[in-house]
Each structure stands twice: as C-alpha cells, then as structure tokens.
Design a protein around this ligand. Sequence first.
Ligand SMILES: [Zn+2]
Length: 362
Amino acid sequence: MIALVNDKIAFISHPKASLHRMPFPKPHLESFENPLRYQMAERYLEQSDVLSEMIRVKAPRATLKDLLLVHSPYLVDTVEMMSEIGSGQLGESAYASPDLIRAVLLTVGGSMKGVDMILAGDAKHAFVLMRPPGHHASTSNAMGLCYFNNIAIATKHALQDETIHRVSIIDFDDHHGNGTSEIFYTNPNVQYISFHEYDFENFGLGHYDELGYGEGKGTNINIPLLETSPDISYESAISRIMIPLVKSFKPDLILVSAGYDAHYADPVGNMDIDSRTYWRFGREIDKLVDTTNAKGSVWVLEGGYNPFTIGPSIRASLEGLAGNTQPILEDQIDREVNKLIVDANDEIIAKVLETIKPFLKN
Ligand SMILES: [Zn+2]
C-alpha cells in the first residue's frame, strides 16, 4: 500500500508565550522583543486566512530536563532562579521577568512538538510562533534577547529518534546565530547555514572561514552579506549556496531559525528585503524536503521586531511552504537597489563557496 503524502502544515503557538517582557522602555533594543510582535503576527495570520488549512496546535510545556539536552545546569538553574526573583540581568541584552521561565519552557516545548509532529507523520512542516527567540543562546550563556536555544534543543531532540541521523539548520535571521553555531561546531551530523548581516558588533562571529572543527569541519556555513542587502542577493545566496549544500548534506530533517529582522522596515536589522524573499525561503525549503527525501521542516521564530511587517513576512513563508504562488502583500514596495552592494555580495558568495568546497564530504 502506498502511504498518502501528508502535506499539512502545523502552526504551533501559545498565548502565554506573549507574557515575558524585559524591563526596558523604548528606545532600548530590549524593548523590541516584546509581546506585541507575537500578538500582531498571530492576529495578522488569523485575519489573512492563511491558517485555515493548517493544524492549530497549542504548545506543550517542556521540562527543565529537556533544556539540559543542550544547556549547562548552571544556565538552567540561573534562569529559573532569576525568573522567581522576577528581575535581573542574565547576559548581554538578556534580562529576567516574572514570566520568563514559563515563556521559555513553552517555546522549547512548542519547538520539540514541531519535531514530534513531523516524525509522527502528522504534518510535513511545522511553524512555531513562540518567543523569546533562541539562536544567540550558547551552552552556558543567555544573550542577545535569547535564553535557551530553541532550535538547538529541537535538533538534539530530533537526533534522539532512530530515524534521524542528519539535520540541516537554515538560519535567515538578520543576525548570526552564534549560539547554534557554537553548539554544533564539532558535530558532523548537524549542518548549520546562516544568512546574516555582517556586523562586527554581533559577538565578533559569523565570518565565512568559520567552517566547523574536527569531524564537524565543513558543516558550519556562514553567509555574511553586507548591510542593506536586497532581495536579489538573498536569492543568489539561496540558489548558489543553500540549495546545493543542503542537497549534498542529505538531511533527514530541516530546521529553520526563522528570523524576520532582515526586513527593510525592521527597527533592529539593517537589510533591505521584503516578504518576497520570505516566500522564497518557504518555497525552496518545501522543495528541498522533497528532493532530499527529508521528513519535513520545523520553523521556529527568532527575530522580527516590526509588529506591522512580521505578519506579512510569516504569511509569505507559510504560502511558500504550502506550495502557493508568491502572494502580493502590502510590504512589497519597489526600492532602489545598490548595484555595488549586489556585486560585492556576489563576490562574498563566491568566497563562501570557494572556502567551504574542500571540506564538503560529498
Ligand atoms: Zn536577529
């Protein structure tokens, strides 16, 4: 009997993920990672009807033990303790609130649930609309608005399943996911591909010669694009780097650190893309699941701090995943493209490929 292909998309959220709020008034960076971005995104998606075909799932709560799949007991204990106190600094741009531990356990739980649904064959893709984000959190340190690394915990959780040997993580957040990169830097079974704005302030990491270490060499791929990079540069990096490298890695599962702060209207990132590129990521990752025979993809929200553009951006990704044509959305305005930036990015893309090539296994 031929099994029916399940093309469903699971949409995982939880109203309590909106509770945590850092104690900063505007215009501090910390004020942008706030409940409003979650609420506005969910409301936009509900009104646009894109969720009607999807399976709505309420995120379950993870356990403190689940956090130890990736993180040190020190970090787990400290976040728990400071949540009880209800305030205090945990790391650079990472502060406690009374709702922090509840929000992070639900976000980790939602991310693991996404993996479970794909492995059970309940859905082809899962989108986890939860917060706070995770890709800056390293084994022992909270930082950059992140406390626990949701995508890394979901990856380790997936690798515990006997059918999952290799995982590709695609990270298109504006910033380099230094935490995720560090956690898997020596792991040959996890491929990490990061599109990010080259930014010397971003923990000094994300260069294209950081390739992984030991057995993991060749599995860490950084694509540092220049400030104000347009859609065309992302398209070029997607087709020249992401697609061939994921195909050659042959993952059993694709995880996506879905950050929407490279949008031109984002108050934190400095890139110049719109929802057309976020549709492209959805479309290409759906096709990669098919061509690599992966079980599916799990998307976990990272950045994206303009409450008016995060909704259309996520909608575009979901339409791409669903195989729909690119929707015309309100944020898609014509913007002047700086050819010098495009040419320089093409050179960077060529250098990324040249640097990684000797270390590719296939
Ligand atoms: Zn970011």
